[in-house]
Write a protein that binds this ligand. Structure first.
Ligand code: ZN
Ligand code: ZN
Length: 145
């Protein structure tokens, strides 16, 4: 793991650096207890194009390898109201490694979700959205990255 925080943008060497980045960020002010990297169920690929509505808290990832699109986590519930925009790195590239940081409640349900991205072209790290989870039985979300 190696995060370069010296420049204007933090950079990571690999998708694994997203874990350290999300933990450092602590979106919503909550400690990130778990980080799950997104993997395409269709082809096992880990590079995605993204469309996100940051205000609504909804993200769609599309696999670069096979084109399979997935509404991440509970995004499907909000997608009809969302105004998603393509996510683009400051460098202009639009292909990312994706990982989700989960902040857990003491009862082990999910309190907060943050979606971290790493530009495959230049390694710049970013957060494309984060949102609160209100439903109580939310542990299943860990399997819906
Ligand atoms: Zn795929
Ligand atoms: Zn970039």
């Amino acid at each position: 793991m190696a995060i370069d925080a010296s420049g204007e943008w933090w950079r990571g060497e690999s998708a694994a650096d997203l874990a350290g980045y999300l933990e450092e960020l602590a979106a919503g002010g909550y400690l990130v207890g778990r980080v799950v990297e997104a993997v395409c169920a269709g082809c096992g690929g880990q590079a995605f194009r993204l469309r996100a509505d940051c205000a609504e808290g909804a993200v769609e990832r599309s696999c670069v390898g096979c084109g399979q699109g997935v509404l991440m986590l509970d995004s499907a519930e909000y997608w009809s109201d969302a105004e998603p925009e393509a996510v683009v790195c400051p460098c202009g590239a639009d292909v990312f490694d994706v990982a989700v940081g989960f902040s857990m409640r003491p009862d082990d349900s999910v309190r907060w979700i943050s979606v971290g991205i790493r530009c495959v072209a230049d390694g710049v790290l970013g957060r494309c959205a984060d949102w609160k989870i209100d439903h109580e039985s939310s542990r299943h979300l860990l399997a819906t990255v």
